[in-house]
Write a protein that binds this ligand. Sequence first.
Ligand SMILES: [Zn+2]
Length: 556
Amino acid sequence: MKKIRVFITCVLAIPILFSCISNQEKMEKRLSTFISGMEAKVIPMYRKSAIASWNANILGTDSAWSISEKASFDYAKIFTSKTEFSELKDIKDSGEVKDSLLSRQLDILYNAYLGGQVDTSLLAQQIRMETEINKKFTNYRASVNGKELTDNQVEEILRNSTKSSELQSAWEAHKLIGPVVAKDIIELVKHRNKIAKMIGFNNYHEMSLKLSGQDPNEVTRIFDELDSLTRDNFKELKNEIDIYLAKRDKISVSDLQPWHYQNRYFQEAPKIYKVDFDKYYKNYDPVKLASTFYNGIGLNVDPILAKSDLYEKPGKNQHAFSTDIDRSGDVRTLDNILPDSYWMNTILHELGHGAYSYYNDMSLPFTLRDAAHTFTTEAVAVMFGNLATDPKWMLQMNIIDKNESEKISDESSKALRLEMLVFSRWAQVMYRFEKSMYENPDQDLNSLWWNIVEKYQMIRKPEGRDMPDWATKIHIALYPCYYHNYLLGYLLSSQLYNYITTKVTDNPAFTNDKAVGEYLKSKVFRPGARYYWNDMIERATGEKLTAKYYAKQFIK
Ligand SMILES: [Zn+2]
């Protein structure tokens, strides 16, 4: 009798139980199954592609590069599957995935597959258009008085010459690449917009940001905040720059033109302060200094250094990067280290990226074992890189003595402030121009460019000029809609620096304070991509991303 009753209760209970958990559980189970299948393909391909790219960058041979190209193509191909995308779309549209780790993976995977749904023939056409433009940039040489100049030679003249006529010819000659590529770029922009519209976006700019997990309105709001916090201070500094440059080039301030600002776009600060940091590093090994420093703050980076390729070699990539080979602890940096301040900054920078990857939480699912966003890892890298020219850090690392540290303290903080502010105004130009260009590629882009340059960089357009100067910046054509991330990285770097130096340590140079490493590990590195980037920032610093601390750090 008893047995029967139990049996009956179960029979009755089962359907009730099913109906109240079924939808959520069913969808979460479907997603888990999807993820297992996806990981089985993605994890080995991710590693294969990362290793192939690493080898190609070290060896530089054609065969290594073609292996790498094939591997990254095969990796990208995974996300083009129509059936897998429609499975994900079903799951997402149901709105039933509530578990926080699963729903975060769903968001990231959905964007990855959505980006992969672009019509392959349109994509191939886009790559062809980009290649053609790239060739034109690569083959272009500015011609001055019958002499052909590389971009580096143009930069050298702009940096060193004090003769207005020479500066003007170099600047104008370089700008003649504009008419060569402008029409192609407008076509490419329209083509990219066509692709974006086909997968449901208003334009390519919006698509790029949204697929990377950024809301264009949120980014614009942060850029507006930064603009209003820095405008007056930049204006003052810009006056200082103008007075310095006019004196240097023996002209009046009112005669200053875009070619007087020491580089093609006024994207870097003119050298108006004179601290030679290189001389301090002549007798030091930046790798040893970096290892000692990171160990001191509780972030042992020796396993990363052991796998890294640190010094120059024939055929090797001449720049620097950090790469997470397998999201399971194989993290490497590529560098070309020399004993100078640039490479001191660079190795601290790359190891900042490296530590972010290395100290990730290995118990997280593969998709979430990544930075919250590319700019959040950039922020950590920049914060550490800046220490290379921080007199307090150099003193604590025994690179300079107390006298020297005090002697250069004022000039070096002014130089950093100038560098940051000049870059921030330039990044405003890039972000706002690209956004507006993709919203309406048929508008007068020549005027749009100069209106924005005049507003944010406060440089006047040469009288009567109507040239596609916007088209001369290669990033517009070939590295689209990414520039703003550098600036967001700087803002977060300041926000983290402020939090650490007010809440975590009393030491503004961090050295030998393990609390700094502990904080970063627990609040930034280990959370990986488990939270939306702005939620991670709020959990780590108590506030969403704001320009306040950038202004606090660099505006006096
Ligand atoms: Zn970086």
